[in-house]
Structures are given as C-alpha cells and as structure tokens.
Design a protein around this ligand. Sequence first.
Ligand code: ZN
Length: 234
Amino acid sequence: MKSWKLRMAVLLLCGCLTGAPPAVAGPRSEVVFNIETDQKLIALTFDDGPNPVYTPQILDLLKEHGAKATFFVLGKRVQSFPQIAIREVNEGHEIANHTFDHHFLKNVSPDKLKEEIRQTQEVIFDITEQMPHVFRPPGGFYDDALIDLAREDHFTVVMWSWYQDTKDWRRPGVRKIVDTVLSNVHNGDIILFHDLEGDCSQTVESLRQILPKLKEQGYQFVTVTDLMQRTYGK
Ligand code: ZN
C-alpha cells in the first residue's frame, strides 16, 4: 500500500474518532453551502491555484490580518508550484481537493473525476504531507453519482454560500467584488474567490479592502474544516 493511501486510512479513522463534521442522511443534504452558526466566523476560499504571482500576494494579506483560508487546489498546479502549496500549509491554511485538471462533470464521467481526485490527493500528499478531506467539484457541477464517489473516499463536499460568489474570475471590477461580499455577509458564510491561472489582481485588491472591513465588524477568518468543527464538533 502506498504511503498516502495508508495515511488516508489512518486519517479517516482518526476523523471518525475525533468528531469530524457529521454526515447528514441523503446525498443532497451532504453538500455544504454555508454553516448555520451564531459565531462571527467566515471561511474564505480560493479555487484553481496556486498562481505563482498572485497566491503569494494573497498569502501575504492573510498573514497581515491573521486570517486563515482554504485553497481548493488543482493537482496540476500544485505540481507546477509546489513551494506555494507548502507555504499555504506552513502558514496554517487548509488545502482542499479541486481535481487535477478542472474538467467539468458535464464533459467527463464521475469515474474520471474520481480518478483525478485520487491523483490530486497523491500529488498533494507527496508535496505537502497533507491529505485533504474536503472536495469541491470544478464549476460547482455535481450529481448524485459524483457525491457518492466522493463519499466513498470520505470527502466532505463543500460549495459556497450562493450569495457569496464573487465571480472574480470574470474580473468584474474591485468595487463589484467588494460589494458582493460586504453587502451580503452573514455568520458562517463560505466566500468564493479564485487564484486561478492568469490575472488575479482584482481578487488581491478586493481582499485588501474586505479583510479589514470584516475584521472591524468582528469577523474571524477560519478554514472550512475549522468552521464545520467549531459549529458541529462541540
Ligand atoms: Zn474551479
């Protein structure tokens, strides 16, 4: 058995024993969109990275504000920029699985995506020694078969709060991104950003404005796993 598979088995066993987020009956209800909580907690998430130029800038801002986030990385990008993935882990952020090559479910079979999820686990573990247990499907496209396959590998499938889709990948302007987040913010929100290949300068600039504003309002920025465990793990 390869080491990462063994590690995954151990982690899964530990997760069962230490109060990992509870599963709720039924495939649909197992997909997490946001967390009901009375605590002022926010989960910032960044998809499709790492990006060699912009992810370090995002990490600098998160560090400046004492914020933790979750990076839904692509296996191929982690292979290309391993030092950034290592930095994410070393600075206390969560690495989560977003497949290897970002195929949408409408274009490939659930089995192909499962193969990519496993390939990505292997890459992430080899480089960071972390074994993600959170998965987000590319584009947010899923069906029952994909959820079942993710469950077989004991992933929690995490999407985002529907009103917290910044659509930053379209580069709609910093003001639009900032307004989307600040005008809708609630406890337990999961906010969607991207550190994808290409120009992410609007994402970085938006974050530079959003972080101090939400901090002023008393929000704390935590990983998605921390958000789930603080809410359900009591
Ligand atoms: Zn994506």
